[in-house]
Ligand binder design. Structure first.
Ligand code: NAD
Length: 496
């Protein structure tokens, strides 16, 4: 049995804990490997190497750090097929989708390699007579990242390239469900010349997360995952005086206005609702049909959803893969059962899908509900599967009210041909990432990714300038030269 261990101080190693979790091939349902469940001793070992390397790494000039990142970018690009294969084989998403997600991660490496410019601070001459003032951003120490199963490459890459570019060392605790790609990402960083210990990967479950949270030597926690855990991480991180950014779950609405290009909207809905089997934090889960377009819209969605090709990642024609685990499949089916019980109108039912040769895979087919209302469980909770709900509302104002009242605030999108509506929507919607005629408005690496409300705890999103600020602390220096000028003691606060 293949065993996935840790990557600590530039080397692959297995924990002495002798505890493992199964890693599945979600298409077949078979156990593919076992992953290490690390213990406190592993973390101590990891922290020892992170601590030593951080001091040395932060002394290296930003330009030299940047050159290692630039080399890493090239190596990642050369290895993109293998990285995507590692993602798909443990997550189940299609190979092209996996490649897209790795590319989005590589773009963060590209952004982070601009660190000499990003970190250069500000300078003011003569803030007082003969007095200059400047600010620099310095590293914060050892940063930790805890990441979810759905993007085993991209989400860690939202974090560690920027943290490391800023002169920190980084410890990644990836999801135990698909841990192979993160290990490979660390090996490739070593190949690019990153000194040992600057980027360590420690595998495990919530026990190791709790050790990270309470460890005195950890300066910051970056978390992406479900809302309950995000809230817990935020509270615990605060208790142990760490910087925390904790991104949680989502319920993303896509509004279709009567003046929208319906075909364009339907294409957007299909890809954003069923792509990656709905296991994206920016997946569209609630379609809000405004006015009298509902029947036509639903017919078009149904026609397209029925034709989606479902299959394993090894089939290049597949457009949608399985869910991550048997437990998750059960949970999604349970939501579909609940939707029916609570009175939603099931138009497409993906519960009984069986693929020849993959009967034990964790597949659920595209599912579509009509006449969903705001009190139903399938609307209130995140399903994280290929289940779309249609809510019919009479007016644009009702659509805005629905979205603003929802507890989640990650992403949303509106399809319309009205500039007035688009402008009103972007101004008034209480959501972190907004799309206009764009179904999944994921910001690029040089902007910041982050939701509002119960989709983000803490004040900082991932990557962009917010990410850089999170992984560095500002120091402002006020200095007077020449030193020969003597003014004597001043007892009032100096003013100009
Ligand atoms: P999860 O919360 O179960 O796990 C995330 C990480 O936390 C994993 O590394 C896991 O080992 C650890 N963990 C799990 N339970 C824990 C506990 N009780 N205490 C401490 N650590 C714990 O999330 P998941 O199922 O891996 O991922 C899916 C979720 O992630 C969805 O809710 C999705 O919306 C969310 N997500 C959000 C974003 C975003 O940007 N907002 C991006 C991707 C995924």
């Amino acid at each position: 049995m293949n065993r996935i261990g840790n990557f600590i101080n530039g080397k692959n190693s297995l924990s002495k804990s002798n505890k493992f979790d199964n890693v599945f091939d979600p298409s077949t349902g078979e156990i593919k490997s076992e992953v290490n469940l690390s213990n406190y001793d592993d973390l101590e070992n990891c922290i020892k190497s992170s601590k030593k390397s951080q001091k040395e790494w932060s002394d290296i000039t930003p330009l030299k750090r940047s050159r290692i990142l630039q080399k890493y970018k090239l190596i990642l690009e050369e290895n993109i097929d293998e990285l995507a294969k590692l993602v798909s084989s443990e997550h189940g998403k299609t190979i092209e989708d996996a490649k897209g997600s790795v590319t989005r991660g590589i773009e963060v490496v590209e952004f982070a390699s601009g660190i000499p410019h990003l970190i250069k601070g500000e300078f003011s001459q003569n803030v007082g007579t003969d007095i200059d003032s400047w600010s620099v951003r310095q590293p914060i120490g050892i940063c930790a990242g805890i990441t979810p199963f759905n993007f085993p490459a991209m989400v860690p890459m939202w974090m560690y390239p920027i943290a490391i570019a800023c002169g920190n060392s980084f410890i990644l605790k990836p999801s135990e469900k698909d841990p192979s790609c993160p290990i490979k990402l660390a090996e490739l960083f070593s190949e690019a010349g990153l000194p040992d210990g600057v980027f360590n990967v420690i595998n495990g479950n919530k026990d190791i997360v709790n050790h990270l949270l309470s460890h005195d030597d950890i300066s910051s926690i970056s978390f992406v995952g479900s809302t309950n855990v995000a809230k817990y991480i935020y509270e615990q991180g605060g208790k142990y005086h760490k910087r925390v950014q904790a991104l949680g779950g989502a319920k993303n609405h896509l509004v279709v206005m009567p003046d929208a290009d319906l075909d364009q909207a339907v294409d957007g809905i299909i890809g954003a609702g069923y792509g990656s089997a709905g296991e994206r934090c920016m997946a569209v889960s609630a379609v809000v049909a405004v006015g009298d377009i509902s029947n036509e819209l639903i017919k078009k969605i149904t026609d397209k959803a029925e034709k989606i090709k479902i299959g394993p990642w090894t089939d290049n024609n597949s457009e949608m893969g399985p869910l991550i685990s048997a437990d998750h499949k059960k949970k999604v089916i349970n939501y579909i059962d609940t939707g029916i019980k609570e009175g939603a109108n099931l138009i497409l039912d993906g519960r009984d899908i069986k693929l020849q040769g993959y009967e034990s895979g964790f597949f659920v087919g595209p599912t579509l509900f009509d006449n969903v209302n705001k009190d139903m469980t399938i609307y209130k909770e995140e399903i994280f599967g290929p289940v779309l709900s249609i809510l019919r509302v009479p007016s644009y104002d009702n659509a805005v009210e629905l979205i603003n009242d929802h507890e989640y605030g990650n992403g949303t999108s509106i399809y319309t041909s009205s500039g007035d509506i688009a402008r009103h929507f972007t101004t008034n919607i209480k959501i972190g990432m907004v799309g206009i005629n764009v179904p999944i408005p994921v910001p690029m690496a040089f902007h910041t990714f982050g939701g509002w409300k119960n989709s983000l705890f803490g004040s900082s999103g991932m990557h962009g300038i917010e990410g850089m600020n999170f992984y560095s602390k500002q120091k402002t220096v006020t200095s007077r030269w020449p030193s020969t000028i003597k003014r004597g003691s001043e007892f009032k606060i100096p003013t100009n």
